[in-house]
Design a protein around this ligand. Structure first.
Ligand SMILES: Cc1ncc(COP(=O)(O)O)c(C=O)c1O
Length: 449
């Protein structure tokens, strides 16, 4: 392998290959702009065949690799940039967050510690306090960016468990603990109970109404039932934007119950938390300021490129106590995020979040959130006016669930027909025993008719 080839993978100290690097970067920029972000009229997935891994003995130059990416990778990827894609909680990302991600990769600081990421440690801490205050958690709030809402929810269970019984951290498990959450809550809570050693059978699921909201009176009855069995409820969760119907629990009522039974109160606002950015819709989250902790994913309804999620706590000490970790191999131990997260090394997700907030501004975000709510309302009217469709339930936010009324076309077949026609890519979640069709109206240019 020629030495020049290996050296061309990095910028030379004398900068002699800087022009080559620029050309490589521009070629990626052209590809991303023209064939990914501007992919709005292209198929959802063009090619479903398997891509061969094909690791070569001898390295390949970037020009050939880019041709391969164009012909082999892009056609096999799911095209979220098509405005007819409304599946799951995914959207075309804000362009600035795509470029910011590349910038973060180039800077390549490690969010493990302030020694390894001095500015970004401060930026993440400041952003966590800013979001904590935005949700009404107050001046002592804190948090950490996580790679996804699942990790944030798992962290919530862990911190709550250790808050209830601090000795568990060193002495091991007290197996009488139970957590309570609605039957519409995300499966990451089951995963979390497994991870923190309490077992998913000690996650008590509480019945929901037709919209998917927890029934507070059933929650209280279930708590009583568990107490009578000698169990110790330690965690009660409310959901702001359930995964399937987008329902928002009565957060204030659930919070009251959590307080009454001396339980940690967590709000999973992974999706619906973005309503806080809209003066018009933030009332939907009323009561969230009572939370001990919150999960929120800017990678969902804030259009920030994945991954970007966070775990927020009302009292920073609880997050610190939840881990009690140290990093003896760091010289500076003032603020090391590696001590407060389940991860060690993390990407710098704060940069794109900060740039997104600054480039759109609070007014821009409010408008984008409001627009998506309006579009969802228009989609809802379209469903109402379609003789072959009906709503599954009244939408709360920009998630519209529907089902087929055509006796010859079940939901799965109808959904597949729409995908094959290039008309719509919607998801097919299981809801109360049936597969239904779900649209998440996130794309700023969403189209359906
Ligand atoms: C309400 C809710 N919480 C948590 C999650 C998990 O988030 P992630 O996929 O980022 O781990 C989801 C995912 O859709 C969700 O809808």
């Amino acid at each position: 392998m020629p030495k020049e080839f290996l050296e061309s993978q990095f910028i030379n100290i004398n900068g002699s290959n800087r022009e080559l690097m620029r050309q490589m970067g521009y070629a990626f920029v052209d590809l991303i702009t023209d064939e990914v972000l501007a992919n709005q009229t292209q198929d959802f997935v063009k090619d479903i065949s398997i891509l061969k891994l094909d690791i070569p003995q001898v390295g390949i130059n970037w020009q050939d690799l880019l041709l391969e990416v164009r012909s082999q990778v892009l056609p096999r990827s799911l095209n979220l940039n098509n405005p007819r894609y409304m599946g799951h909680m995914d959207s075309t990302p804000l362009a600035i967050t795509v470029w910011a991600d590349a910038l973060a990769s180039a800077i390549n600081n490690n969010m493990l510690s302030s020694e390894l990421a001095p500015l970004f440690t401060q930026l993440e801490a400041d952003l966590m306090l800013w979001f904590g205050q935005l949700f009404g958690l107050g001046d002592k709030s804190f948090g950490t960016l996580t790679s996804g809402g699942s990790l944030a929810n798992i962290t919530a269970l862990l911190v709550a468990r250790n808050y209830k019984i601090p000795s568990i951290k060193s002495k091991g498990l007290e197996n009488k603990l139970v957590a309570l959450i609605s039957d519409a809550a995300h499966t990451s809570f089951d995963k979390g109970m497994n991870v923190i050693g309490l077992g998913s059978k000690n996650l008590i699921r509480v019945e929901t109404n037709a919209l998917g909201q927890i029934k507070p009176e059933v929650l209280e009855a279930k708590i009583q039932e568990q107490l009578n069995l000698g169990k110790i409820p330690f965690f009660i969760g409310a959901i702001a934007g359930t995964t399937i119907t987008g329902a928002i629990d009565n957060i204030a009522a659930v919070g009251e119950i959590a307080k009454k039974y001396n339980c940690w109160f967590h709000v999973d606002a992974a999706y619906g938390g973005a309503a806080i950015l809209s003066p018009k819709w933030k009332y939907l989250l009323s009561g969230i300021e009572q939370a001990d902790s919150i999960t929120f994913n800017p990678q969902k309804w804030m259009w920030v490129a994945r991954t970007c999620a966070m775990f927020l706590v009302k009292d920073r000490q609880h997050l610190i106590n939840g881990f009690d970790n140290t990093l003896p191999y760091m010289a500076d131990n003032s603020l090391n995020f590696g001590n407060f997260t389940l991860q060690g090394t993390r990407r710098t997700d704060s940069l794109k979040l900060w740039l997104a907030l600054r480039s759109l501004g609070l007014d821009g975000y409010a408008q984008l959130v409001n627009d998506s709510m309006d579009k969802a309302q228009a989609l809802r009217v379209w469903v109402d006016n379609s003789v072959d469709l009906e709503l599954v339930c009244e939408p709360t936010i920009n998630i519209v669930c529907m089902r087929s009324l055509n006796p010859n076309l079940d939901n799965a077949t109808l959904r597949q027909k729409w995908i094959d026609q290039g008309k719509l890519w919607l998801s097919l979640p299981l809801w109360q025993g049936d597969r239904i069709i779900k649209a998440v109206v996130l794309h700023p240019f969403a189209q359906w008719s």
